[in-house]
Design a protein around this ligand. Sequence first.
Ligand code: SF4
Ligand code: SF4
Length: 436
Amino acid sequence: MAPPDPDLSRIPRPSDVERPHPIYCVWELTLACDLGCRHCGSRAGRARPQELSTASCLDVVRELHEIGVREVTLIGGEAYLREDWDVIAAEITRRGMSCSITTGARNLDADRVRRAVEAGIGAISISIDGLEQTHDALRGVQGSWRAAMDAAERVAATPIQLGFNSQINRLSLPELPGIADALVEVGGAGWQIQLTVPMGRAADRPELLLQPYDLLELFPLLVWIKRERLQPAGIALFLGNNIGYFSPFEEELRYGGEQGASWSACSAGRYTLGLEADGKIKGCPSLPTRSFTGGVLGRDRLADVVENAPELRSLRERTVEDLWGLCRTCPHAARCLGGCSWMTTMLLGRPGNNPYCISRALALEAHGKQERVVRVERAPGEPFDGGRFEIVLEEAPAASAPTLLGGRDPAQVLAVRAHDQSLWSAEALRERLRRT
Ligand code: SF4
Ligand code: SF4
């Protein structure tokens, strides 16, 4: 039997809308990692002190199945660093759920790819964050781009669907056409992109983050990449939930040009669930542990936590009354509810006011304004932690300012190819990645 299509599994069906329940779960199997990413939100590296045993994980799979989850994505750290990762994956697929893996792929060797095939894994998404030198600098390991591309070739030679996922920040933005080119070259099926969020190690590097006004350059670039590089190769583009919202840009990028199609509210705690390796249950894997853990696997019944925990309910029961700042008076407020809760919580301490929004940036631009975020408090240094930022509303620069695209010459950006080394000098890479 062919594995269920992971992307279809994530889309709520009419019966899910009638009786909402998690259908998609992202599960951190371990916090151990073989990379040292400078933008890692969970500050991964070592396993958590009390990660779940194999027997507990198999129980968790049963509970996920019982509450109606249809797809599970295994992440880390690096999921394959647990010896039993494929045993857990095989149990997920045995129960009829889709299983996918998101990986940095530094050590996704032939044996691990074979085990993934045998476990029935349907999709593997490899993280690529720029051209070779940029990726290696961001991921903190020389040779990590080469290793990931070699792994991508191995996956592409199997029945497993190959995808890339990429973080968008000041270093990767102008190199996105090169990542798309690499995906075409290796024969991938899809590309998931998301903005780098000021969480964990990324919160220590505010110079790495995009500013809200950078969306005005990013969205037209994404449209160009989709039309010129991805569509001709039959590759699907998946916008992460923190890239939006509304406007013809979103119609084209997220919904393939379907007129009137639009984003509708964060799905955390409603259709989405996140599990940490020591059993903590959250409405979304990316949300900070301290304020969004609703229960712990093994101690609490998953179904009870999903139904009753205030940490999950508050996410799905948000209304316009909970919005603030410019989101409160936005014409899309009732449908949007302030976009991605993760982005706004990490930035401003609570959901409901999202400066990383293309329709908001366009509306401000029309009045000669822009928003800029400034860090005013450093992060304490724990997994999934954040600092505190403030939004500054200011005059936009005069239109006669020199035109750059992601800080580089636009002609250079549109010409970049998979095997170029980096659009940045070694000094510029160091400067952007410096902890401040
Ligand atoms: S301004 Fe806020 S509520 Fe309006 S579309 Fe943007 S994120 Fe959504
Ligand atoms: S917090 Fe953001 S990433 Fe998480 S479910 Fe909500 S929109 Fe998606």
